[in-house]
Design a protein around this ligand. Structure first.
Ligand SMILES: Cc1ncc(C[n+]2csc(CCOP(=O)(O)OP(=O)(O)O)c2C)c(N)n1
Ligand code: SF4
Ligand SMILES: [Mg+2]
Length: 297
């Protein structure tokens, strides 16, 4: 008889996010929330601006999260979290972790002023950007996190996105905040460990989480984790940490990177790209990876 393969559960079994949420099948952003809450625990307040997650959670009075949520305006995730933290301190609660949880549009674009202000003041919050690389909630418009070559409804095939993705991690590092990490829904243990670490640090902590979106990427829902893993294995989305804006540690070192084409060819949003354009993306990924290697310990 074939031996049954046993899976070891390394994350806590307790779920602070329940089923019945309103995300599409295969949504990476839901996995990201689930893993984050497993690490941060029940004593957490999540501040969510307009984004897919303001819908995913469910209509009032229902909620798929077992933590308080503060729904706020699109551009105010960081300032809302700062205010909630200050309010809690006023009533003597210094234990609760306050999280600003925003999409890439709410972070790279419209919320960057509030985020920069909070980071410059080193406000005591964890800011998480789940990056699905477009404004998905309003119908897949390009953001400054949309990668070069991608189709969106505002960058149609004949005018695909012709600018590179903004380097939000470098922008945050320039603020010299105590902790920055990238994370991926394909590496839950890595994300869990970094969230736990962040919880113990005071000041502004920033996470950039890669969160595939089958609806916007025109990919199969059951490919989401595979895509997130390929993004790491190709070097397109490296997993690393930056301490105090300087010391850089790569969490998953790659000996042989997989070709970026393996990642691109699974997504309809890149279907129109010619070999030369894929080669240009490969060259850019290689250059960024080499730059990261030079910076890291
Ligand atoms: C000031 C303001 N402008 C525009 C909107 C409309 N709006 C709501 S959600 C959203 C897109 C959010 O994109 P992102 O932050 O990437 O999150 P996602 O939907 O991809 O999860 C937009 C444009 C708004 N609610 N408020
Ligand atoms: S559109 Fe994308 S990010 Fe939004 S709920 Fe659906 S899969 Fe998730
Ligand atoms: Mg988005």
């Amino acid at each position: 008889m074939k031996k049954e393969k046993k899976m070891t559960l390394t994350l806590p079994a307790e779920e602070l996010m329940s089923c019945g949420h309103l995300a599409c099948q295969g949504c990476g952003a839901t996995l990201a929330m689930r893993y984050m809450l497993k690490a941060l625990g029940r004593k957490t307040v999540v501040c969510i601006p307009a984004c897919c997650w303001s819908v995913i959670d469910g209509p009032y009075p229902y909620s798929s999260l077992d933590t308080p949520i503060y729904h706020c305006a699109f551009e105010t995730a960081a300032s809302t979290a700062t205010g909630v933290k200050a309010g809690l301190e006023m009533v003597g609660d210094t234990e609760t972790t306050v999280v600003a949880w925003a999409g890439d549009g709410g972070t790279f674009d419209i919320g960057i002023q509030a985020l920069s202000g909070a980071a410059e003041r080193n406000d005591d919050i964890i800011y998480v950007c789940y990056d699905n690389e477009a404004y998905m909630n309003t119908g897949i418009q390009r953001s400054s996190a949309t990668p070069y070559g991608a189709w969106t409804t505002t960058t149609p095939v004949k005018h695909f996105k012709d600018r590179p993705k903004k380097d939000i991690v470098a922008i945050m590092a320039a603020h010299r905040i105590p902790y920055i990490a990238t994370a991926s829904v394909a590496y839950p243990e890595d994300m869990f460990k970094k969230m736990k670490k962040a919880r113990e640090i005071k000041g502004t902590r920033f996470f950039h989480v890669f969160a595939p979106c089958p609806t916007g990427w025109k990919s199969r829902p059951d490919d989401s984790v595979k895509l997130a893993r390929l993004a790491v294995q190709t070097g397109l989305f490296p997993l690393y940490e930056i301490f105090d804006g300087e010391r850089t540690v790569i969490n998953i070192k790659l000996k042989d990177k997989k070709p970026v084409a393996d990642y691109i060819r699974l997504q309809g949003r890149f279907r129109h790209l010619k070999e030369t354009e894929v080669a240009a993306i490969q060259a850019e990924v290689d250059a960024l990876w080499e730059r990261l290697l030079k910076r890291a310990e």
